[in-house]
Ligand binder design. Structure first.
Ligand code: URA
Ligand code: CA
Length: 441
């Protein structure tokens, strides 16, 4: 088999066989296919697409390209969740403890931030002492003891995605549904959970901007999960404005804790409760989604979710007192208000612009070598649709350095549109995709 023939076949619109896909993944991971040929194939896939069968084959070839996690020593149905990436998207820190508090083991492997989006591992590292990098043995032990662990991927998990993702990031081939689906699902399959709930984002801050594309991506992922016997549900949620009011690592942890303690409501809480309900439902722990919703609400209102987060932080070496006293989190001392330059209604609070502004402040990386500053970020005071007067505070920037500050402010301001009339509001949730089909809300 020759890589050149595989590239030509895809370039010309052909359908690759399982053997051809296996060959590509195996030989690329082994270093026997050069990046330029892999890049050419990715670009051919980007333009010609892949069938669901090809996408499933690519996912499986990737999933088994390295070590996989066997969660069977943990009793019960293990559930995992994954977001395709967003801004102010801190649902994992809210929902994972809630679901675990309902008695369903949550074994979650998370990633770091990509482009303008934040990553759970980076957020958790803002908790003093917290160690997201556990051996697989410790990961399983903590899930058994606490019912919950959130860890970074081990070095050897899905090496094919590590290599392909880095290549896609620099070859303009991130935003393709078969490539995203295989990247996400290969990691979920290798990480071993029986049930998977996907939060597929749609909107300016998401990798799939249109709602239609997000539904198609969700269908691809649910198809693959179902094919390999993992009970999979995808919820399609809005990412045109940030989900939470905080964007930046320690600030997001603080917001998640406030939600778990019942001190705060809003879109992040809503989406977290919904995802929690679907996690319980997909894991078969309740008969209806509504029942699942009641269970996670009870876990929140009783404080058992906040308690579970504490237990997880302690088990992973962190200072669990942050849950009772958020002043123990590292937050920048210097705070700069951003004020409305005119009166009217907020039309747009563009998630991508806010994410990019936070990244410029140091909350994310611009190169692989960048170090994140956990203390910095943006706290929003308004959401789309709200009325503002000239001079009202729209947001506060938490900063530790001045060098990119003006660019961050300009980037943020470019994403804000204030108009005379109230805008048409986008729904928070567009629908759900399950094995049974697509449900549009
Ligand atoms: N998240 C992933 O893990 N992979 C992608 O391709 C996009 C988002
Ligand atoms: Ca991109």
């Amino acid at each position: 088999m020759r890589m050149l023939d595989i590239i030509l076949k895809k370039r010309n619109g052909g359908e690759l066989t399982s053997d051809e896909i296996d060959f590509f993944v195996r030989e690329y991971v082994a270093g026997r296919i050069p990046d330029y040929q892999a890049s050419a194939l990715l670009m051919a896939i980007y333009f010609q697409g892949m069938t669901s069968r090809e996408t499933a084959d690519l996912t499986l070839a990737m999933a088994y390209s390295g070590e996989t996690v066997d969660l069977s020593p943990i009793p019960g149905i293990k559930v995992d969740k994954h977001s395709t990436g967003g801004v102010g998207d801190t649902t994992t820190l809210v929902v994972a403890p809630l679901v675990a508090a309902c008695g369903v083991p949550v074994a979650k492997m998370s990633g770091r931030g990509l482009e303008h989006t934040g990553g759970t591992i980076d957020k958790l590292e803002s908790i003093p002492g917290f160690n997201p990098f556990q051996s697989i043995g410790d990961f399983i032990r903590i899930v058994k003891e606490v019912g919950l662990a959130v860890v970074g991927q081990t070095e050897n998990l899905v090496p094919a995605d590590k290599k392909l993702y880095a290549l896609r990031d620099v070859t303009g081939t991130v935003e393709h549904k078969s490539l995203i689906a295989s990247s996400v699902m290969s990691k979920k399959i290798a990480a071993g959970a029986d049930a998977i709930v996907l939060d597929v984002k749609a909107g300016s801050g998401a990798f799939m901007e249109s709602v239609e594309d997000a539904f198609e991506l969700a269908q691809e992922m649910v198809n693959v999960g179902t094919r390999v016997g993992r009970s999979t549900t995808a919820v399609i949620t809005d990412m045109s404005q940030p989900l939470g009011m905080a964007v930046g690592n320690a600030l997001e942890v603080k917001e998640a804790i406030e939600i778990l303690k019942g001190e705060r409501a809003g879109a992040l809480k809503e989406v977290s409760l919904l995802l929690g309900a679907y996690m319980l439902y997909t894991a078969g722990c309740c008969r209806t989604v509504e029942q699942g919703r009641e269970m996670v609400e009870e876990a929140l209102n009783s404080g058992r979710g906040a308690q579970k987060l504490k237990e997880m932080i302690r088990a992973q070496g962190g200072d669990e007192r942050v849950v009772d006293d958020s002043s123990l989190l590292p937050v920048a001392k210097e705070v700069i208000p951003i004020n409305a330059r005119q009166e009217g209604y907020i039309y747009s609070l563009d998630a991508r612009s806010v994410g990019q502004a936070a990244r410029l402040l140091g909350a994310g990386r611009s190169t692989k070598e960048d170090r994140i500053d956990h203390r910095v970020g943006i706290v929003l005071y308004k959401r789309v649709g709200e009325r503002v007067e000239k001079g009202d505070t729209l947001a506060e920037f938490y900063v530790t350095r001045e060098d990119n500050l003006q660019e961050a402010i300009d980037t943020f301001n470019r994403g804000i549109i204030i108009g005379d009339q109230p805008p048409q509001l986008r729904p928070l949730v567009y629908g759900v995709v399950t094995r049974e089909g697509v449900e549009r809300w």
